[in-house]
Every structure is written in C-alpha cells, then in structure tokens.
Design a protein around this ligand. Sequence first.
Ligand code: AMP
Ligand code: ZN
Length: 477
Amino acid sequence: MLLYNSLTHQREEFVPNVPGQVKMYTCGPTVYHFAHIGNLRTYIMEDILEKYLRYCGYQVLRVMNITDVGHLSSDADTGEDKMLKGARREHKTVMEIAQFYTDAFFADCRKLNIKIPDIVEPATSCIPEFIHLVEGLLEKGYAYLAGGNVYFDTSKLDEYYVFNKHEAENLVVGAREGVEEDENKRNKTDFVLWFTKSKFEDQELKWDSPWGVGYPGWHIECSGISIKHCGEYLDIHCGGIDNAFPHHTNEIAQSEAYLGHKWCNYWFHVLHLNTTSGKMSKSKGEFLTVSLLEEKGYDPLVYRFFCLQSHYRRSLVFSWEALDNAAAAYKKLVTRVASINDKDGTVNQEGMERFRTEFHDALGNDLNTSLAITVLYNVLKSDLNGSTKCALIQEFDEVLSLGLWSAACRMREEMAQKEKETETVSAEDQFIVDAIAARAAAKKAKNYAEADRIRDELKAQGITLIDTPQGVKWSRD
Ligand code: AMP
Ligand code: ZN
C-alpha cells in the first residue's frame, strides 16, 4: 500500500515494523464538548485506513486516548484547561463532563459506522506512566524544572521541526489560538511536561508527583498512552492536520528523547473540514454535530459518504447544498443495490478478483476513497450476476462502511410493505366489486329487497354506490 507520510512529504510503500502486524495510534477527542463533524471527518478517514489495513490481511492494534486533562486553551501551554472551561459552562465536575462527552463521542462514532479502537484510554487513568516518562526525560537531560513546572528542552534536539523543515520560522507555537509567552521557558519552542504552577490555580484534577501536586501536559499523554500499549515502535500515528504542530512535533521530541531511537515511521494527517467562513472549531463554539444533521433529517451515513467522496489530504468545504447532493447520490446508490437480485446465479470468484484489484488500486494508492466508490458503481454496472455483485458490494462495504446492504434491505422491506398495503386496498376493493355483482344479480332476479340490503350494508361501511349509464360506480365517504 502506498501511503503519504507527513514526515517525508511523500507517498511511500507502507512497511510495518513486524511483518503482518500494524500498531496504530490515534489522537482521541478532547471531551469538553460534542465532537463536531470536522473532528469526525478525521475519525472517519482514520477508520477507513484501519479497515483497509485489516482488509489487506494485517493484524491491527489501534489505540486511542481520551483527552480529559491537560489540553489548555492554547496549544502553547497557556490558558486554562479546556475541560475546566466545559465544566464551568455546564455547572458540572470535570469528570462528569468527561464521561458525558466521551459517551456522546462514541454514540456519534456508532452512527457513522466508525469502529471503536481496540484500546481506548483516558489520560486521567495513566498518570503514573506520564510521571515515569517525565522522570526519564529529566534523567537523560532533556527536561528541566522552572517556576514549578517541568519543561522539555527543545534545544537538546538536533532537529525539532520534523514536519515543516522549511517553514520553521513561520510556525508559531499555539498557532491555533493565540500565544502568551511563558517566561520560564528557556527556548521559545520548549513545552510543559508537568504543571504544578499555571496561572489557573483552580485546576480541578491534580495528582501528586515528584515535582509537587499538579497535572500532565497534553503532549505527554499521547506519548505515554502509545508507548504503554504499542510499545517502543509505532507504525502509524494519526490525527488532524492541526495536530502536526505543535502536538505531534512535541510527541516525537519527547518520545524519541525518552526511547533513544526512532519512534513512529508513518504520520497520517487528515486535512480540515472547513465552513465557507473558515475552519470548523470547537473552541469557536459554532459548529455542526451529528445530532444536528439528524435533526435536519440527514442519515449520518450520508455525511460519511460525503467525506469519502473527497481525498483526505485535501481540505473539504462543508455546505448544505453539497450534503444534499451527497444525500441524493447515496439514495440512488442504495436503490441500485436494493434492485440487485442476490439469488441470481452463484458467486463468480474470477469476476470478484477483477474488481478486488480495482478496489486495491484505489485504496492502496494513498486511500483514494472516491475512486473506491467509483469501483462500487463499476460493480453495479458490470455484467456480473446478482450474487457476485451482492458479494462484492458487501465485501467492499466492510471497508467503506456506508451501510449499503442494510440500507438496501430496509429499502426492500419498505417497498414490500408498500406493496402489501396496495394489495390490502385492492382486496377491499374486491369486496366492493363482489357486493356490486351480488346486488346486480339480486336486481336481475327481481329480489329488490336483497339489492337494497346490499346497498345499505355498503353505505353503513361508508361506501356509496352510484348507478350511472356506464355501470355502478362507488366512492368512499
Ligand atoms: P480535539 O477534540 O480538538 O482534540 O480534536 C480531535 C481531532 O479532530 C484531532 O485529530 C484534530 O486534529 C481533529 N480536528 C480538529 N478540527 C478539525 C477540522 N475542522 N476538520 C478535521 N479534523 C479536525
Ligand atoms: Zn495526541
């Protein structure tokens, strides 16, 4: 598989450390608010990567953290903890907020057919591991104590700006949300590993440490949780592009300084979902959620379909018009899948291979999801028999996870139900037709009392008979 690696700025053949096995780490959500559909774009594309690797036969271990402490308002370690902001906004404790939004995040993932990673670990449950890492960094001379906090000393590295070599001077720490200088830092790019003193003394969650009561920095969480579960060698690290700097840059600095060797070979970054007025962001407070899409009548899988239609390394602009187009295309696709006769013939393995090759050509080339969807259409258009088409659609959808087969089955059931209703109506009509015939027979036999009785009986049921020159017509009240 060819995969673009942000570290080398090129597409490379993916080769894991251990043949057949992939260790994959994903930066999880900061659970102080609902995930917005931009965050979920990143998780959808990471989900496709994981599922495609599994489809290729790799045994994948995927680990994700939940950031429930230490992610400050600015990525430059300033401002208050985002979790505390959330707790204050909702008059709840930080742990209540964390639980609520973690559950909400996974509920969204389920609706979008995003698989839950094999291991999900909240940062607050790994404090001893983080302390251990920070101790190691101090021992090796990569960290220093200043003003009560422990900092990573970036001047000790041969190379700090691993992702953006040529743009070092353009990168400002905390580019996401403004910068405040921290006078304790020896170098502008140094970052906090452990806080005991920040300007925000009311931090709710604190733990004892060799440096005093405090809490971990955001970056150390991901190094700590990744090393805990994936060991010293990681194959793929994922996240949204805004994580590349400073978060992932700092993760690499501290992990490699601690381990003494290269840590992760491939860095997978998803570009942002933007609105027409700019980046969708939780901290701005105005953002779209999966629940909001549902309230407006969209199936969450339509949003997944919308995301798969564009490449993960291109930023994507969200608009309602674009989502409507995706909804119409998705419905058409489901209708076509529903019309396959899955009992037609037996599965043709040779026919399947042909399309499997096309599917690999698409996803194996840096995850070209829109081309993979084109392969689905090619299957539908092909001259393969119904069973083979059906087998292929189901197989490919294990990776794409658009819920095509279940949506098609639902559509078939709805169509069958409608047909049944039509049949029921015509059975009733038949009863009226029969009654009209019986009345005509009674009239012919001059049994007018019986003819009137039939007419009155129908009337009692709300059916009026009208004698016209063209015959008897009827209407319902
Ligand atoms: P957060 O909950 O802010 O820690 O972000 C969770 C994930 O969403 C991270 O991988 C971010 O890089 C990613 N992310 C944040 N904003 C966007 C966006 N507008 N589009 C796509 N991914 C995003
Ligand atoms: Zn992270």
